[in-house]
Ligand binder design. Structure first.
Ligand code: MG
Length: 246
């Protein structure tokens, strides 16, 4: 079962007005309405295959990598880091990143439970979108291999990218739903949970390998609403704790 880090939505509603006292409905807890789910791609809908540490080392060089890593113990934001480099150095860095992403694509595997979860959302007519810091080409290939579309699917060509809430807010407005009616699911605390929280969405951290401990949440001041260790748990969480009404 998913761990409930925040039970705020599970609280019973205030006492029902006297007039409804005999109605059986008045004893049911109110479930939070959810109209859409937005997923991260790498490490969430696909099995993580990119060796990020090796990629960062290749971009930054060994010494700089050590320095940047020490300054950012909770994770390096490589795109942000190279943003102000001179154009030549930046082009080189993007080429290295693209090579690593390409290798990742060659070995792309769909995350167990992803197809079932999406089938369930489709059956409930709940919207599903995607936000990734990877490039559009990777999203296109993912769609091809997965055989199901996410819409909107925003890649890093959409600026500003995660952890900025802009892509998630863009999806909410395209769907014409409120951010608090949407769940953001991802495997990165600093990108996915941060983006979801800033947008005002429900956040669900996928922590397959038990990478995150509560100290990480405290250090980054980011506590996801839910933490799960598989996409199957997302399925049970949606079914048990939310009112899924498109
Ligand atoms: Mg990810």
């Amino acid at each position: 079962m998913p761990s409930f880090l925040s039970k705020s939505f599970l609280r019973l509603p205030p006492k029902s007005p006297r007039i409804f006292r005999h109605s059986p409905m008045s004893t049911l807890p109110t479930k939070r309405r959810l109209r859409g789910v937005v997923f991260d791609m790498d490490g969430t809908l696909t099995v993580p295959v990119i060796d990020f540490a090796a990629m960062y080392k290749a971009v930054l060089g060994d010494d700089e990598y050590k320095k940047v890593k020490a300054e950012n113990p909770s994770g390096i934001d490589i795109l942000h880091h190279i943003e102000n480099w001179n154009p030549d150095k930046q082009r080189k860095a993007y080429r290295i990143i693209a090579d690593y992403e390409k290798q990742g694509l060659d070995r792309l595997q769909i995350m167990p439970g992803a197809a079932e979860l999406c089938g369930f959302l489709d059956a409930k007519k709940i919207r599903r979108g995607l936000i990734t810091r990877n490039v559009k080409e990777s999203v296109d290939l993912f769609h091809q291999r997965f055989g199901m579309m996410f819409f909107p699917a925003l890649s890093r060509e959409f600026r500003p990218y995660k952890p900025d809430p802009a892509p998630l807010l863009h999806i909410c407005s395209a769907w014409e739903v409120q951010p608090n009616e949407v769940m953001m699911v991802g495997d990165s605390l600093k990108d996915d949970v941060a983006c979801g929280k800033q947008a005002g969405a429900v956040t669900c951290l996928l922590d397959e390998r038990g990478r995150y401990i509560s100290q990480d949440f405290a250090r980054l001041d980011l506590t996801p609403d839910f933490k799960v260790s598989s996409l199957n748990e997302v399925y049970s969480l949606l079914e048990s704790s939310f009112d899924l009404t498109p």
